[in-house]
Design a protein around this ligand. Structure first.
Ligand SMILES: *Cc1c(COP(=O)(O)O)cnc(C)c1O
Length: 386
C-alpha cells in the first residue's frame, strides 16, 4: 500500500476495482463495434472514488468519462486524467473558457447560453459541446426539432463552438413497461435525423437501456450504476445479460466490548433494553459517516453471522448485539460478505426505502476508501488528511 495514504480509524469502505473492471469489460463485450462507453463517475463515482474508478474504467475499455458538474471534471484533470470528459449537467456560460482550456466537453440546451459563451471565449479557444434533447424527462434539454436545429445553426456559424455530440436521457429504461422508453427513443431518433450533420457522439442509453436494448442505433452509452455492480432497479434483476459484481463494501472493527445486565439500555433515548445478559460491541461509525439513524435495527456481519444494531445510531458510533463475547478488533462487515452470509447494497436500500444508487453516495468522505486491485489492497484515499 502507498505509504502516503493511510487512515487512523477502524472504519473503511473497500472498492473492488477488479469487479469494476469485470463489469465494464462485460458491457464492452455486449456492445457493437464502434460504440463507445462514457463511464459515469459523477458524485465521486457514486461514492466509490472518482479518480481510481476512472482509471480502471478506462483500462477496461471505456473511451471517456461523464460527470455532473464542471468542478468534478476539473478535479479529474487536476489528477492527471487526459481522457475525454463530458459534463452532463448545466454549466455557466462564463465558464466555457475554463472548460475549453481543460478540454472538457459541456452540455448545452439554450440558445442564449451559446450566444453568451462566445463572448467569454478568448479568440483562440474552442469549446466542445453536446446538445441535450429532452424527450420526456423534463429536466434539461431542447424540446423540439426547431430548437435543436437552431442550436446547430448557431454552432455552425461560430468556429469556437464545436458541435461534438447530441444526447437524450431515459426516464423509465429500468421499468418493465417500455411504453415511455419507446416513445423517447423514437423522438430522439427523429431529432437526430433532423440534423444537417451528425456530430461525433450520438448517445442515449444509461445502464438500464445499455443492458436491455441493442445499441446499434447510436454510438456511445453512458454507463453508471451497473459499472458499480448494481442493478438499475429491482425489476430489472431478472433481465441482466451477465452477472454484475458489486464493487462497494463497508467494514469496521469492534472498538469496545462489554456485557450488560438485564434491564440496562443502550444509546441515546434508551430505546433498546437488554432482556437478559447481553454482549454489546461498539463500532466507530455513525450518521455523520452516512450510516444514518434510520439504520437502527439493521443487521451487520460478525464472525460470518448476522448481528443487529441496537439502540440509536450516534453521530460517530453505533452499538451491535453480539452473539457472545468477542475481542476488540474483530472485523464487522456492514455491507459485503463474510463467509456464506452477505449484506448487499440493495438490502440497505430496501431498509432505507430508497434506491441502491443513494447508498454508496451517502457514505461520507470521512470514511476512507481502500482500493482493491488484483485481490490486494493497493491504495487508500482518505479525504480528511490529503
Ligand atoms: C447519472 C446519469 C447517467 C448514468 O445513469 P445510470 O442509471 O447510473 O447508468 C446517464 N446519463 C445521465 C444524463 C445521467 O445523469
Amino acid at each position: 500500500m502507498n505509504a502516503n495514504t493511510q487512515f487512523f480509524r477502524d472504519t473503511w469502505a473497500e472498492i473492488n476495482l477488479d469487479n469494476l473492471y469485470k463489469n465494464v469489460s462485460a458491457v464492452r463485450g455486449l456492445l457493437p463495434e464502434g460504440v463507445g462507453i462514457f463511464a459515469v463517475v459523477k458524485a465521486n463515482a457514486y461514492g466509490h472514488g472518482d479518480f481510481q474508478v476512472s482509471e480502471t474504467a478506462l483500462e477496461a475499455g471505456a473511451h471517456g468519462l461523464a460527470v455532473a458538474f464542471l468542478d468534478e471534471a476539473l478535479s479529474l484533470r487536476k489528477r492527471g486524467i487526459t481522457a475525454p470528459i463530458l459534463v452532463l449537467g448545466a454549466s455557466r456560460a462564463e465558464d466555457a473558457a475554463l472548460a475549453a482550456e481543460h478540454d472538457i466537453s459541456l452540455t448545452v440546451f439554450q440558445r442564449e447560453w451559446l450566444e453568451e459563451a462566445v463572448g467569454f471565449l478568448p479568440s483562440e479557444k474552442n469549446v466542445s459541446l453536446h446538445i441535450k434533447c429532452d424527450t420526456g424527462v423534463n429536466r434539461l434539454g431542447v424540446r423540439t426539432i426547431e430548437e435543436l436545429k437552431e442550436l446547430e445553426r448557431i454552432m455552425d456559424s461560430s468556429p469556437q463552438l464545436v458541435f461534438e455530440g447530441v444526447f437524450t436521457h431515459f426516464a423509465t429504461a429500468d421499468e418493465l413497461d417500455e411504453s415511455l422508453y419507446q416513445k423517447q427513443f423514437a423522438a430522439f431518433k427523429e431529432m437526430v435525423a433532423s440534423l444537417r450533420e451528425k456530430p461525433k457522439y450520438v448517445h442515449a442509453a444509461n445502464s438500464a437501456a445499455s443492458l436491455r436494448h441493442s445499441q446499434s442505433s447510436f454510438n456511445a452509452i453512458r454507463f453508471g450504476i451497473s459499472m458499480y455492480g448494481l442493478s438499475p432497479s429491482e425489476e430489472m434483476k431478472g433481465l441482466l445479460p451477465f452477472p454484475l459484481k458489486e464493487v462497494f463494501s463497508l467494514h469496521a472493527r469492534l472498538v469496545h466490548v462489554k456485557k450488560i445486565n438485564p434491564g440496562e439500555s443502550v444509546s441515546y433515548g434508551a430505546t433498546y433494553t437488554a432482556e437478559g445478559e447481553e454482549w454489546i460491541g461498539t463500532l466507530p461509525i455513525g450518521y455523520a459517516d452516512g450510516w444514518i439513524r434510520r439504520l437502527q435495527g439493521q443487521e451487520v456481519l460478525v464472525d460470518g453471522k448476522r448481528a443487529p444494531i441496537v439502540g440509536r445510531i450516534c453521530m460517530d458510533q453505533c452499538m451491535i448485539k453480539l452473539p457472545h463475547e468477542m475481542p476488540v478488533g474483530t472485523l464487522v462487515t456492514l455491507i459485503g460478505c463474510q463467509g456464506d452470509e452477505s449484506i448487499s447494497i440493495d438490502e440497505i436500500a430496501e431498509k432505507l426505502e430508497t434506491i441502491n444508487y443513494e447508498v454508496p453516495c451517502i457514505i461520507s468522505n470521512r470514511v476512507p476508501r481502500v482500493f482493491i486491485h488484483n485481490n490486494e489492497p493497493e491504495s487508500v484515499e482518505n479525504k480528511l488528511i490529503e
